[in-house]
Design a protein around this ligand. Structure first.
Ligand code: PAF
Length: 273
């Protein structure tokens, strides 16, 4: 595995690996969810590139960037054992200069739900993903459906800017008890981890209601809120794939999303119907 720490080192490394290229952008603290993305990239491409970069521009003032889990040694091992060809591991100065042009998330889709609680977050995500896609030139780039709004906005950016890359959405990976894998799960105490199961339980209940023919968003949301209590719920939302609010679930075009704080840890989860 080649480790590239700058744009130049990455360009040199890419020259040694011709053929189709699968790309998995990450912020490190890799878990089985990332491994699933890397495995898909491995199966579907001749060369696999992973980036590990804790992107400062997607953290808001007050969100503690320095506390984001960093596990360099373990992450390098996971990449090596997963058959990654090139690991891009830049520092901030390799990615940003002062006073740059930024990509801005669209008004509506960028500033509801995750964008409402974290205004400006998606500007940072889109800016860094644009940079990474331009540096790596992948054939396919893999993103998890757990970050559904991020996935929708990246897909839109690629479309709006006529970028030549296929965005591949990948299903959320869960623990046996239903907890969606997230780098933030490490912050949960064992009691909080139990409480966190309320997110997946609420989504499971929503799926059950829809299967029984209860498709009214209001009824589903109320039932989910009962299951989630007494967590500090930020939102329970039922939207279509374009992130427009739905009064009723439309099978094949619905995402049910939840964001809640468990202790001080903010968790998100969703189910695609
Ligand atoms: O989902 C993430 O880990 C990040 O938002 C991403 C896409 C790597 C951009 O920093």
């Amino acid at each position: 595995m080649i480790i590239a720490r700058s744009a130049q080192e990455l360009e040199d490394a890419l020259k040694t690996r011709p053929g189709s290229r699968g790309f998995v952008p990450t912020m490190g603290a890799l878990h089985i969810g990332h491994r699933t993305l890397i495995d898909a990239a491995r199966r579907e491409n001749e060369c696999v590139v992973v980036s590990i970069f804790v992107n400062p521009t997607q953290f808001l003032p007050g969100e503690d960037l320095s506390k984001y889990p960093r596990r360099e040694e373990a992450d390098f091992k996971i990449c090596e054992l997963s058959g990654v060809d090139i690991l891009f591991y830049p520092d901030v100065s390799a990615m940003y200069t002062a006073d740059e042009i930024r990509i801005t998330a669209p008004d509506v889709r960028g500033f509801i739900l995750e964008g409402a609680s974290r205004p400006g977050h998606f500007d940072g995500v889109l800016t860094v993903v644009m940079k990474l896609l331009n540096l790596v030139h992948p054939t396919r780039a893999y993103f998890g459906k757990k970050d559904a709004q991020q996935l929708a906005l990246i897909t839109q950016m690629v479309h709006n800017f006529f970028m030549d890359v296929e965005i591949v959405p990948m299903d959320t990976v869960r623990e046996n008890d239903g907890l969606a894998l997230s780098s933030r799960n490490v912050y949960l105490s064992s009691e909080e981890r139990q409480e966190a199961l309320k997110l997946s339980a609420a989504l499971k209940h929503a799926t059950k209601m829809v299967m029984q023919g209860n498709v009214k968003s209001f009824t589903i949301q109320s039932a989910m809120e009962e299951i989630l209590a007494p967590l500090d719920v930020e939102y329970v939302a039922i939207v279509n794939r374009a992130f427009q609010s739905l009064n009723e679930v439309v099978i094949g075009d619905t995402i049910v999303l939840v964001a809640a704080r468990v202790g001080t840890t903010r968790l998100i989860d969703n189910v695609w119907m």
